[in-house]
Design a protein around this ligand. Sequence first.
Ligand code: NAP
Length: 306
Amino acid sequence: MSTRHVVIVGSGPAGLTAALYAARANLQPLVIEGLEAGGQLMLTTMVENFPGYRDGVLGPDLMAEMRAQAGRFGAEIVQGNVTLVDTRVRPFVVRTSEAEYSARALIIATGASARMLGLPSERTLMGHGVSTCATCDGYFFRGQEIAVVGGGDSAMEEAIFLTKFASKVTVVHRRDALRASKIMQDKARANSNIAWLLDTEVEEIQDTGKGAVTAMVVRNSKTGARAVVPVSGVFVAIGHTPNTSLLKGQLEMDANGYIVTHDGVQTTVPGVFACGDVQDHVYRQAITAAGTGCMAALDAERYLET
Ligand code: NAP
């Protein structure tokens, strides 16, 4: 097994931008795609906020372009479920179910996964009225009535943001007490375009037959009473989980499991860089992920020169 200059784990905007830059720096990077190849943009339809696409671009098409562009400059992209990453040895080791790779520098771009309610209809209608990103999709719901599920700061932030577009935003939360910080709660409660369904769980999102969101079936968790609430969009804002389980105990992480970076995209292990949503729970945009992917490749190149 020959040692690679750089192995990139993850193939969303961060991983593929890192691959593009590393390939153009002649580092012949290897990208391990992971089970969710292409990342969260594969779960969306139209992306209208990625610069350079005046008329928007479908999420999967954007990822296919990024993949092809990285490949054009010699990035090798392999499928594989990474089962082990060892940053305690030199060279670093990355193992998948099928193969083992070693590398002098490592770029972690494994992203974060939006937590989902787990309803079959939610998955079917993702990108067709169900969304996990208000910044990305709010614009599509101008003048419509929509819902935000969740009771944390993300849900409050998204609900407030969405009132810029929607005529009414109903926050659906499973308990009567919100988890969000007081200041965010106060802001949301002061907004007259936000309605509240507390002690309420979403049981189903309709209408998979039509391929569009028309309503949600909700259930009061105290009384058991059910109701059908007409909405044309459902934003699931119940948190994100960074994909860092393979790196626990190896790299410094914050309390929520995000990789801590310093001086840009450096982790606590020299030669290991982290980019995209795996180290960013604040901005979480394709363009910021791509930006940090670029930084990771440039930093890896500099690291390899020393
Ligand atoms: P969070 O604080 O973990 O809140 C998740 C919310 O979703 C909770 O209200 C939770 O309900 C609910 N939930 C979780 N699983 C659910 C399920 N299966 N079904 C229904 N509801 C479910 O996540 P977050 O809001 O994304 O925030 C994450 C971190 O980022 C927090 O530390 C937050 O303060 C921070 N943040 C800050 C800002 C800001 O300050 N502007 C903005 C966004 C995020 P329960 O309450 O019942 O558990």
